[in-house]
Design a protein around this ligand. Structure first.
Ligand code: ZN
Length: 136
C-alpha cells in the first residue's frame, strides 16, 4: 500500500508558467477562477489552480509530476521543467509537516501561542482547569 502522501501545487516559476501557457497546457477556467494546469492520470483529470494545493498518494504524485513537464527554451538546448512543485511529503498516519506543532504550541488544546512566555502563561490556565476538575 502506498502510504506516502504528497502535497503538490502549481509552480510559481513565471518562466515555467509562461511556457505552460505557450504550449496550451494552461486552460482558462469557465467559472472565472483563472488558469489551471490540467493533467490526466489514471483516467482522472487533476486540475491545479494557482495557490491551491492537492494531496495525493506518492504514486499519483509521481505520475502528475512527470506529466507536468514542459520544455523551457528551444528543442536543442532547452530543458524539461516540471509544472508542479512538491510542497511537502509525509507518511499516512503522521501529521502534515506544516500542521505540526511548533515549540510554542499548547500541547493541551493545540493553540499556537507565539512566544514561550505566552505559552507558559497559557499552560497555567490549563493547570487551573485540571485542578478544579480533580476537586469535583
Ligand atoms: Zn491550550
Amino acid at each position: 500500500m502506498d502510504r506516502t502522501q504528497v502535497k503538490l501545487k502549481l509552480t510559481s516559476n513565471p518562466e515555467v508558467l509562461s511556457a505552460l501557457n505557450h504550449v496550451g497546457a494552461l486552460k482558462e477556467d469557465k467559472n472565472g477562477k483563472g488558469k489551471y494546469l490540467a493533467i490526466q492520470f489514471d483516467a482522472f483529470e487533476y486540475r491545479f489552480y494557482p495557490d491551491v494545493e492537492i494531496v495525493v498518494p506518492s504514486a499519483v504524485a509521481e505520475g502528475l509530476y512527470r506529466g507536468s513537464g514542459v520544455l523551457i527554451g528551444d528543442a536543442m538546448s532547452g530543458t524539461q521543467q516540471p509544472g508542479l512543485e512538491v510542497v511537502e511529503k509525509w507518511e499516512l498516519g503522521e501529521q502534515e509537516p506544516s500542521k505540526k506543532a511548533s515549540k510554542t504550541t499548547c500541547s493541551v488544546c493545540g493553540e499556537e501561542q507565539g512566544t514561550v512566555k505566552a505559552l507558559v502563561a497559557h499552560m497555567a490556565t490549563h493547570a487551573d482547569e485540571g485542578e478544579e476538575e480533580e476537586g469535583k
